[in-house]
Design a protein around this ligand. Structure first.
Ligand code: SF4
Length: 279
C-alpha cells in the first residue's frame, strides 16, 4: 500500500499480503474486502487465495526508514490495512517471517501491528519475552465481548506501546478492568463505521471511553465519526436519521447519515489527537 497513508494516526501503511477471513462483528462490512472486490480481487474467506507482492513492494519500508533516518525523525507504519498479520495459514508463514526481518532492520520506523487475532501472537513472533522497541502491538475491540477476549491476550506481551482500536465501535465498552493495571494499555483509538451499511455509533459510548482514558491517564484518539454523526444544533443535515437511547433508555440521541467526509472527527467541540511519542 501507499507511502503516505490517509489514516490519521499513521504515516505509512504496509501490507505483507492482501486477504483475510472474517472472524468477528467488526468484520461484517470489512472495508478491505470491499476495496479488494472493487478492483476485481476475491481474497476473503478460508478457501480463497491471498495476494502476494514482488520485490518493489518489500523495498518500500527501507526507503521510508532511510528518509526518516535522514531527517532524524521516527515514522509510524500501520501493518496491515488489507489483512490480519496474525491470521493462521501455512502459506503466510514465509511472508510473516520476512516482515519480522524487515521490522528489525528498520529502526527509524515504528511498526503498528493491529490484529483481531492476538491469541496467535505468541506462536507467530520470533521474539521471546520483550518485543523490539519499534513494535507497537494493538488489537481491535469493537464491543465488550471483544474486550474480554482480546485485551488479556494483548497485554501478555511486552511492547513499547500496547493499543486498542475501538473501530468500528459497536457498543458500550468498559475497559477499566485493564486500564486499572498500570501501563497495561497506553493508547485507545475510537472510530465509527463508514460505508453504505455503516452501523451508527452512540456518542455516549465515545464519551464513556474518553472518560475512562482520562481517569487512568491513557492517551485517547478520536479518529472519525464514520457515516453517522449528531446534527450539532443544525450544522449538519440529512433526511436519513436515527434515534439512539440516552442514559435513561429514551430514544433521544439523534444521528444523521451524512457520510464519512462530512461527518469529520470532532467530538464535544474539539479534536482528540493523542498519539504516543517515543522520541
Ligand atoms: S480481521 Fe480485519 S481484514 Fe480481516 S476480515 Fe476482519 S476487518 Fe477485514
Amino acid at each position: 500500500m501507499g507511502k503516505n497513508s490517509s489514516i490519521e494516526w499513521t504515516h505509512h501503511t504496509f501490507n505483507p499480503w492482501w486477504g483475510c477471513t472474517k472472524i468477528s462483528d467488526a468484520c461484517k462490512y470489512c472495508y478491505a474486502e470491499t476495496w479488494s472486490k472493487r478492483i476485481g480481487k476475491e481474497l476473503w474467506g478460508d478457501s480463497t487465495e491471498r495476494r502476494f507482492f514482488g520485490e518493489d513492494h518489500w523495498t518500500d519500508p527501507f526507503i521510508w526508514d532511510k528518509e526518516a533516518s535522514k531527517h532524524r525523525i521516527r515514522r509510524r507504519v500501520f501493518c496491515a490495512s488489507m489483512a490480519d498479520v496474525f491470521e493462521e495459514r501455512d502459506e503466510l508463514r514465509f511472508w510473516r517471517d520476512r516482515l519480522w526481518g524487515i521490522i528489525e532492520k528498520t529502526q527509524c520506523l515504528d511498526w503498528l501491528l493491529l490484529s483481531k487475532r492476538p491469541e496467535n501472537i505468541s506462536k507467530m513472533i520470533p521474539w521471546k519475552s520483550t518485543l523490539p522497541a519499534n513494535v507497537w502491538l494493538g488489537t481491535t475491540v469493537e464491543n465488550q465481548q471483544a474486550a474480554r477476549k482480546r485485551i488479556p491476550e494483548l497485554i501478555r506481551h511486552k511492547a513499547s506501546v500496547r493499543f486498542l482500536s475501538c473501530e468500528p465501535l459497536l457498543g458500550p465498552i468498559d475497559i477499566t478492568p485493564w486500564l486499572r493495571k498500570k501501563e497495561s494499555i497506553h493508547w485507545v483509538i475510537v472510530g465509527g463505521e463508514s460505508g453504505p451499511h455503516a452501523r451508527p455509533m452512540n456518542p455516549l459510548w465515545i464519551q464513556s471511553i474518553q472518560e475512562q482514558c482520562q481517569t487512568f491517564n491513557v492517551l485517547f484518539h478520536f479518529k472519525q465519526w464514520g457515516s453517522w454523526r449528531p446534527p450539532d444544533n443544525g450544522s449538519f443535515h440529512s433526511k436519513n436519521q436515527i434515534y439512539l437511547p440516552d442514559s435513561m433508555g429514551n430514544s433521544s440521541i439523534k444521528l444523521l447519515k451524512v457520510g464519512k467526509k462530512k461527518a469529520g472527527r470532532d467530538f464535544q467541540g474539539r479534536i482528540w489527537n493523542d498519539i504516543p511519542n517515543l522520541n
